[in-house]
Design a protein around this ligand. Structure first.
Ligand SMILES: Nc1ncnc2c1ncn2[C@@H]1O[C@H](COP(=O)(O)OP(=O)(O)O)[C@@H](O)[C@H]1O
Ligand SMILES: N[C@@H](CCOP(=O)(O)O)C(=O)O
Length: 318
């Protein structure tokens, strides 16, 4: 479950009054997610999601919330943070925690996607990258290379020898890639950085929104695409590449924004980077869990398998 902090109906009513969102008709804790406390808020005016941020600080949050507002204003289907009617602020405080209220997206996650779903994600991801180009705030991807370098030494003591060697070798490889000329030439901007199947809503094959922007940051657009390819377009049994799904996502992405030469060159390496990033975070959550977490951590071995598959069968564009 992901209700770390209990919100009472009176607290929800007080917040709704400040946001001018109507009278409370329902307040339900959301079971999914691992990072934050989430509630569905139903009112006489609509349906909303209340998030209390459990790890992110009030200094980090404006980047995420303003990015969502920026993208929504440009027609990208992302939840739009609701403002205080007196101050205009979109970052609120509930139970002493930083909080936001966003629109509830229609639909449901598609956990068994076909090529049409992957194409819809590729298309919207490219549109989102272009729409974010003129976003004014800057915050790096806080789960980028510096975090990998800092975190790998913390998880190594818990690992078996062979896996530890792979982790260290891949980290060294990614440090080399990050200092290459091709890497410096990669286009970059605000990216979602966690666009897994559980962070996208669909009604049938129609994509109704991207959400959970709380790992977003400025990074290469290619990294964002690779994170999505590594979740949407693989065989989840062994982590291997799913050619039809990958082709559908890449084709749709490139129909909006063709990959540059440097991006085509580094696609196999950034697929490895995407796998490494989530292998490290899952190892970290698994071996060094948060005190309050009542959660089953995601399986780190899944991304070890994805990384091995990306190394032994590199995906190259035809
Ligand atoms: N804007 C939204 N519209 C509809 N459902 C949402 C929205 N935001 C969150 N949810 C629901 O809440 C669940 C948990 O949200 P998520 O952002 O993934 O939490 P966490 O940040 O803790 O991982 C999602 O799987 C989804 O069902
Ligand atoms: N997508 C990550 C975990 C991040 O959790 P989320 O619920 O906030 O998407 C993973 O699968 O390791």
């Amino acid at each position: 479950m992901a209700v770390f902090t209990q919100v009472s109906e009176d607290q929800a009513r007080a917040l709704l009054e400040r946001l001018n969102l109507g009278q409370l008709t329902g307040l339900r804790g959301i079971q999914g997610g691992i990072e934050n406390t989430n509630y569905f808020l139903d009112t006489t005016q609509g349906h909303w999601v209340l998030t209390l941020f459990e790890r992110l600080t009030a200094e980090q949050l404006p980047f995420y919330l303003e990015l969502m507002r920026h993208l929504a204003a440009k027609g990208i289907p992302v939840p739009n943070p609701q403002a205080d009617r007196h101050t205009g602020a979109i970052l609120h405080s509930v139970c002493g925690k930083p909080a936001a209220v966003v629109q509830k997206l229609h639909g449901a996650s598609q956990l068994l996607p076909d090529a049409a779903h992957c194409a819809a994600v590729g298309d919207m991801l490219a549109r989102m990258h272009l729409a974010g180009q003129d976003f004014g705030l800057h915050q790096p991807n806080l789960r980028g290379l510096p975090w990998w370098n800092a975190t790998v030494p913390q998880v190594l003591p818990f690992m078996a020898t062979e896996a530890a060697h792979l982790l260290q070798a891949e980290l060294a490889h990614q440090n080399t890639i990050a200092s290459s000329t091709a890497y410096a030439a990669l286009p970059r901007g605000p990216v979602h950085a966690d666009l897994f199947r559980d962070n996208v809503m669909f009604e049938g094959t129609a994509l109704t929104g991207f959400f959970d922007f709380y790992f977003a940051g400025v990074d290469t657009w290619l990294f964002d695409l690779c994170v999505a390819l590594n979740d949407w377009c693989i065989h989840h049994t062994d982590g291997s590449h799913h050619a039809d799904l990958a082709q559908a996502m890449l084709h749709a992405y490139q129909a909006v924004r063709p990959l540059t030469d440097a991006e085509q060159q580094l696609l196999p390496d950034l697929l490895r980077a995407g796998a490494l990033r989530f292998w490290i975070s899952r190892l970290w959550d698994y071996h060094l869990p948060r005190e309050a977490a009542l959660l089953t951590p995601h399986d780190p071995r899944h991304f070890e398998r994805v990384l091995r598959a990306r190394i032994t069968q590199p995906l190259r564009l035809k």
